[in-house]
Design a protein. Structure first.
Length: 239
């Protein structure tokens, strides 16, 4: 029941016109029950707030400029603390949401990841991003030509900066099968036995032998030449 419906119910009650009326007995419980049946918004009078605000603003605009400034200062002074708390709460909630949205990490080569880690764990002094990108610093720290070439490439600058600031994931390095041509089957693939011994065997990789190697692993072991040798077949694999 809304207010209008309650008014109609009361209007149909018997009454006496004139300045002096006889006493009429009305059931109090009926009136209370009718009032309780009135619909009320769950938000109380909050849904009416916009209308009240518009009325207040309209009245303020009608005031002379000086009077309007006096009223505005008084209102701000009265509700300054409430307004500050509201803005702080709004900023706090926004910060929580932004913190929950994790930025997607960029992917960098292993060599670049190692350089970032070295810079950030340098104990003598704090290494800045700009310092870590100076060619003289690369040279002093013995970075490989491949790593320097990657860092010096303008197209990698944004990726490097994001990796430095937001973290990164390491790119899976390419791995290669190295096969000697014309060698008896079962002994044609270059293997690394985890006892730190290189040997030739089949292409089956297990806990004892590694058959697929990264370019860095081959170069450090002195096998970098296999990529330019006609008697060796190098196959890139996904393992």
């Amino acid at each position: 029941m809304n207010k209008q419906e309650l008014i109609k119910r009361i209007e149909v009650l018997p009454y006496t016109e004139g300045p002096i009326a006889d006493t009429i007995t009305i059931n109090r419980n009926w009136i209370l029950e009718s009032i309780e049946q009135l619909d009320e918004s769950e938000t109380g009078h909050a849904d009416e707030a916009p209308r009240y605000v518009k009325n207040v603003l309209a009245r303020l605009r009608e005031l002379p400029l000086h009077d309007r400034e006096v009223w505005l200062k008084a209102i701000m002074s009265e509700f300054e603390q409430d307004f500050s708390c509201s803005k702080w709460r709004e900023g706090y909630e926004q910060g929580k949401v932004e913190g929950m949205v994790e930025r997607e990490k960029v992917i960098v080569p292993q060599m670049v990841a190692e350089w970032i880690k070295k810079c950030k764990t340098f104990k003598s002094f704090a290494v800045s991003l700009s310092f870590a990108l100076q060619p003289s610093v690369w040279e002093v720290n013995g970075l490989s030509d491949e790593c320097i070439e990657w860092l010096a490439d303008a197209e990698n600058q944004e990726t490097y900066a994001r990796a430095w600031l937001d973290g990164y994931e390491i790119e899976k390095e390419k791995r290669y099968l190295v096969k000697l041509k014309g060698v008896f089957k079962g002994y044609e693939y270059l293997n690394f036995k985890f006892g730190r011994v290189w040997t030739f065997s089949n292409e089956e990789e297990n806990e004892e032998y590694r058959t697929c190697h990264t370019k860095k692993e081959l170069e450090e072991a002195g096998f970098g030449w296999v990529f330019d040798c006609e008697g060796v077949e190098v196959e890139e694999v996904e393992r």
